[in-house]
Design a protein. Structure first.
Length: 293
């Protein structure tokens, strides 16, 4: 599995691509007509995939989705996925973007923690009522991006916000962290320290002294801002780091040690809490996906 770094254009955090997959050899039996469009990957951007013609299949670690003409698929940030086409000359439009407030390196961990409880992927079927709203915003983004009339970037940005707001309204995404930025900045030194020293034995007493706060007050403040205890957040950052090591030929016990867990059993338990599977099962899925490709 690879991490994809999306290339943005025109000084706006959005990437758009229209593509028509090549025709499938007619000699291949219909049931075997599956070709790779994009190998297994993840990225720090929201993704919307609209099928304009044909059939496309999207695969995540947890599910498979068959997309037909008029369907729109949403893939959340940091969700590993791959896509395949299953029809001659399938045509699709791809939109990938992130909001400016989510480009902050510290915010990436906090927003991902919040998104642990979000829906990882969702398909808006062509004839569903709520799909009309999503289709409207996507069409507006594509129109502005393609024509680039005066103030088109403002239009695109506003419709990006509307798309994310609609996902929150439909319960697919959690509420925005933007209104909490002032409070997050109050504990930014702590968040940066955790990001750099996650492998060490970090205690709430250490963190509270860094902020010159009473430990009880610090723990209460941290939870009110981030939404979880400092120790839970530290473990979450460790799990994020461990996921990258699981892509390499590194033993489970060594990964547990390198990411700051006292034992392999504790590492397994915490990893399963966030990924709903053990580290070895997670690695096996990644290996199987890569083997299939």
């Amino acid at each position: 599995m690879r991490e994809e770094f999306v290339k943005f254009e025109n000084n706006i955090s959005i990437h758009i691509r229209h593509a028509t997959v090549p025709p499938i050899d007619p000699k291949i039996p219909f049931m075997q007509r599956t070709e790779l469009v994009s190998d297994f990957h993840l990225h720090n951007e929201y993704e919307f995939l609209r099928i304009n013609r044909g059939v496309l299949r999207c695969v995540t670690l947890d599910n498979e989705y068959l997309l037909r003409e008029g369907d729109i698929m949403f893939v959340n940030k940091y969700i590993a996925h791959s896509t395949y086409f299953e029809n001659n000359r399938t045509h699709y439009s791809l939109i990938q973007f992130r909001l400016p407030s989510e480009s902050d390196s510290i915010m990436q961990y906090i927003s991902r923690f919040k998104k642990t409880f979000d829906i990882s992927a969702f398909v808006f079927k062509k004839d569903e009522e709520r799909s009309v709203e999503i289709q409207k915003y996507i069409q507006a983004i594509l129109h502005e991006y393609n024509n680039q009339e005066p103030f088109w970037k403002d239009y695109v940005y506003n419709h990006m916000l509307m798309l994310i707001t609609a996902l929150r309204r439909h319960g697919i995404l959690s509420k925005s962290m933007q209104n909490n930025m002032e409070n997050i900045n109050k504990i930014r030194p702590i968040l940066e320290y955790i990001n750099e020293n996650y492998a060490d034995n970090i205690s709430t007493n250490d963190l509270s002294r860094m902020m010159h706060f009473n430990e009880t007050y610090f723990c209460r403040m941290f939870k009110s801002i981030v939404g979880t205890s400092a120790l839970n957040y530290i473990n979450f950052v460790r799990i994020c780091k461990a996921e990258k090591l699981l892509e390499k030929n590194v033993g489970i016990l060594e990964i547990a040690h390198e990411t700051g867990f006292a034992s392999a059993s504790y590492f397994n338990r915490i990893f399963k809490q966030y990924n709903h599977r053990s580290p070895s099962e997670y690695r096996k899925i990644l290996c199987n996906r890569e083997f299939e490709q």
